[in-house]
Design a binder for this molecule. Structure first.
Ligand code: ZN
Length: 296
């Protein structure tokens, strides 16, 4: 096995990467994605960090790694409380195809510091190989007036959820669900992923459905839409699924009060959890989070 294959095998097997991070790194190693950002989450496996960086250096990929940051996870639901505990450390990696791309990334950071957001977004789009039309739409969507005119609340969130499912292999939200460049890129990336790691491709694309009880937590709202034709909720799985209390979002025409418990069908595929809400089965008064380090 050569160093490139070592790195592929390492990423496939490591449990320090979430599915999206694995996807991005493997697509980079397949030669599809030009540059990438990925997070590594370390619980007990600090060895993974050393090994990952050793293999990146052996493969001569320039990279930047962030300082360690702590992360919390919900460890239990006790009565009306979601209890969070400090569960490990994460690092952000920016990994580049060449020293030239790394220096372009430095220029991107400089533009951000100077608050030249538009120029920074255009440069980032080039570094990550995103279609120009999608980058242009992304820049336009920073303007609240534009968003309000273009979409209703329901249309906006429905597009976000639909994009996640329609474009599971790319790391950006396309300007439109019908963008031909995004569709072609998603298809090509899917094939590249399958080629470089059939094992991960199968894990990532297989859909699994769970029945769960969800606690409605809060509603996504940027305060742009005065009249709302829907509600995009973040809900927490009351019991653990695959060892985790997940935070899931779903769009509803029907309003729910915070703390409402509903039955739901949750389908996990790619990095997406799709929620089919069922009957309301209860309510937790004064539902809240207990966090040691930060307040939600
Ligand atoms: Zn596009």
């Amino acid at each position: 096995m050569n160093e490139h294959q070592h790195l592929v095998r390492f990423v496939e097997r490591s449990d320090a990467f979430e599915p999206c991070a694995k996807r991005n790194i493997l697509l980079f190693l397949a030669g599809a994605k030009p540059n990438l950002y990925a997070q590594m989450k370390i619980k007990a496996n600090i060895h993974d960090k050393h090994e990952f960086e050793r293999l990146l250096r052996l493969n001569k990929f320039p990279f930047l790694v962030s300082k360690p940051k702590g992360f919390e996870e919900i460890t239990s639901i006790k009565g009306s409380k979601a209890v969070w505990k400090f569960n490990g450390t994460w690092y952000g990696y920016d990994i580049f195809r060449s020293l030239h791309d790394k220096s372009e990334f430095d220029r991107y950071l400089k533009l951000l510091k100077q608050k030249k957001h538009k120029q920074a977004d255009i440069l980032a789009g080039e570094l990550y190989g995103y279609p120009k039309c999608c980058v242009d739409e992304y820049i336009r969507s920073h303007d609240e007036n534009y968003l309000r005119k273009r979409y209703t609340y329901h249309e906006y969130f429905s597009k976000l959820h639909a994009s996640d499912l329609k474009f599971p292999f790319i790391a950006f939200t396309p300007g439109s669900l019908h963008c031909p460049y995004a569709i072609a890129m998603n298809r090509a990336y899917g094939l590249a992923l399958k080629r470089i790691s059939l094992r991960f491709y199968k894990e990532y694309t297989t859909a699994k459905t769970y029945t769960a009880q969800l606690i409605i937590d809060f509603e996504n709202d940027f305060g742009i839409w005065k009249q709302k034709d829907g509600h995009d909720y973040v809900a927490i799985t009351k019991n653990k699924i695959k060892g985790n209390h997940y935070l899931l979002s779903f769009l509803s025409k029907k309003p729910y009060a915070r703390g409402t418990i509903i039955n739901a069908q949750v389908t996990m595929q790619y990095h997406v959890a799709s929620v089919k809400p069922g009957k309301r089965i209860g309510h937790l008064n004064d539902f809240h989070h207990e966090r040691r380090f930060t307040l939600l």
